[in-house]
Design a protein around this ligand. Structure first.
Ligand code: FE2
Length: 279
């Protein structure tokens, strides 16, 4: 059965971290499970000295996934990992029982300014995996599979899951689909989906039609159940993310950077952080 565009969640522009401009869907309801957050960072052009990021902060109970399109970030964390994120790179960070990390613009961005654009999504972990050891997958752009349709009108970067017969290299705790797609005007692409997954499309350029309903720039479209979705780029072409994953159907207790199942587990996370035993 083909999926339809069931509802469209508009995005708000908000300031995050030290004043970082993000576009974020106005409601992140249970329909988005297993995703907890979808932030489009920028696009923004910083003047010299103006770039901002998120200094040292903790996470527990979920994964943060950063995908950069323009600019440069530097990440460092409590496990001693550090690295640069450049355009096209992905950092898939599984916080599990706890990490403390910083996510900052690279020095040259701070000094000289420049364009910054990218995504950060938060993927929830099932209760049984929330306290797993932290895991990092820093994948440079060249190692992330890309695919193009035979006629050249559809392009995909396969961060997680599968598209155009190409499978991702990133290992996810629960099965996740995360595809960046670009389609030329009038191009059509039929994407196969797990029938029991929640699937959504976030458009950030042009607009895409799904079963006759249009999803414009900045719209998050939640799809009806089904095992495929047919996407057609409208007159300006379309650039969007396809996100999918299983419904976790577990209680969510959330406090800032901690996402657990119960209040008690949140108190424990705060206590562990204050005692210096979180990470
Ligand atoms: Fe973070």
């Amino acid at each position: 059965m083909k999926r339809t565009l069931e509802s469209i969640v508009p995005t708000n522009t908000v300031l995050e971290g030290g004043g970082f401009k993000v576009r974020r869907p106005a409601a992140m309801g249970r329909l988005m499970s297993p995703f907890l957050l979808l932030d489009e960072m920028g696009p923004v052009v910083y003047a010299p000295g103006e770039a901002v990021g998120a200094p040292s902060h903790p996470h527990r109970g979920f994964e943060t996934v950063t995908y950069l399109l323009a600019g440069g970030m530097q990440h460092a964390d409590s496990a001693g990992n550090s690295g640069d994120l450049n355009p096209g790179d992905v950092q898939w960070m599984t916080a599990g029982r706890g990490v403390i990390h910083s996510e900052l613009p690279q020095d040259h961005m701070m000094e000289h300014g420049g364009k910054m654009h990218g995504f950060q999504i938060w993927v929830n972990l099932p209760a049984k995996d929330k306290m797993m050891p932290p895991r990092y997958q820093d994948i440079p752009s060249k190692d992330i599979p890309e695919a193009t349709s035979e006629d050249g009108t559809v392009w995909a970067k396969v961060i997680a899951g599968e598209a155009l017969g190409t499978s991702a290299v990133i290992d996810t705790v629960i099965p996740i689909t995360y595809i960046h797609m670009k389609m030329q005007p009038g191009a059509t692409y039929a994407h196969a989906c797990e029938a029991d997954h929640n699937v959504m499309v976030y458009t950030f350029g042009g607009s895409v039609a799904i079963e006759g309903r249009s999803l414009h720039d900045g719209g998050l479209g939640l799809l009806s159940p089904g095992d495929s979705v047919e996407l057609t780029a409208e007159e300006d072409g379309a650039e969007f993310l396809i996100l999918g994953g299983p419904e976790l159907d577990e209680p969510i207790a959330r406090y800032g950077p901690f996402v657990m199942n119960t209040r008690q587990e949140i108190y424990q996370a705060v206590e562990d952080y204050n005692n210096g035993t979180l990470a």
